[in-house]
Design a protein around this ligand. Sequence first.
Ligand SMILES: NC(=O)c1ccc[n+]([C@@H]2O[C@H](COP(=O)([O-])OP(=O)(O)OC[C@H]3O[C@@H](n4cnc5c(N)ncnc54)[C@H](O)[C@@H]3O)[C@@H](O)[C@H]2O)c1
Length: 338
Amino acid sequence: MTALDLSSPVAVVGTGTMGQGIAQVALVAGHPVRLYDAVDGRAREAADSIGARLDRLVEKDRLTGAERDAARARLTSAESLDALADCVLVVEAVVERLDVKQELFRALEDVVGDDCLLATNTSSLSVTAVGGALRVPGRFVGLHFFNPAPLLPLVEVVSGFATDPASATRAYETARAWGKTPVTCADTPGFVVNRVARPFYAEALAVHELRAADPATIDAVLRESGGFRMGAFELTDLIGQDVNESVTHSVWQAFFQDVRFTPSLAQRRLVESGRLGRKSGQGWYDYRDGAERPGPHTAPPAEAPAYVVVEGDLGPAAELVGLIREAGVEVRAGDGYG
Ligand SMILES: NC(=O)c1ccc[n+]([C@@H]2O[C@H](COP(=O)([O-])OP(=O)(O)OC[C@H]3O[C@@H](n4cnc5c(N)ncnc54)[C@H](O)[C@@H]3O)[C@@H](O)[C@H]2O)c1
């Protein structure tokens, strides 16, 4: 089973944040791409903003002027779903609502051929449920890109209950041909990434709710000791507290309210107060003009002790002895050491 032929047209339905990114990926890979959005004019605006992003790639020498022009010529916006009739793949990136997605796919099935691959970019809905009402459900698959889609390599290829393995393989190979790093996964709540990420947010929120440390301190620990690019508080401010909470809620519900995925009351209050993060100017942190970012609470430097006594078998901590000596502190062996 091979990837889709690059000369075949691919459609992206829903041309917001994700739709634009996914369209850019398919376009740069070489496909003719059709954009469709339910809101009049939005697909055209999306084509313009993808064009502007291609211009920036040329400025950064990541694309030649000729490649940009050819890609721009392959990109069209459609006025109706009928214009997607000859597409070999439709990727849906519309609003995260089951009823809206189901209705869209039912309408698409009346337009495209039976061998057209249909894919949803849903983050938190069941792929099985989204494709549940289709006449030919075997060609339906989850193709979950991450934001920003042109930059982030990972794509989760999700098989629903009715997904034909050949469709999943074709989607996988296509994502790979587009320069992505696809992984296959089953249709479980949150798939892999959004599920694994839940405890990352939940534990940080719990530490804060227990008043063990404030957001700036927890974020600093996650970044500087945990090696994460961003801490849980700054990351949820970037994602949007409402968006992050709704994924948590959906995973929690889908796992029959498993306590491990329980949403946070502190985050609920933040959303209720309209502090949605960067997009609203305030979240865990204040992003308004002139606002200062709080620093982590750190202990003041302490006087080095005159000596350190070590006792017993230190195991993996034995390396500390060398570090203590290097710092100029005397190490004394206690009873039973060494
Ligand atoms: N934003 C993210 O970080 C992210 C990451 C991965 C997956 N997703 C998923 O991608 C999907 C889209 O998210 P987004 O952030 O791009 O949303 P968005 O709000 O930026 O864009 C959604 C677009 O869909 C259009 N739309 C709504 N209903 C439609 C319909 N019936 N037919 C055609 N167009 C319709 C809207 O007009 C809008 O332009 C969601 O399922 C979301 O869960 C989002």
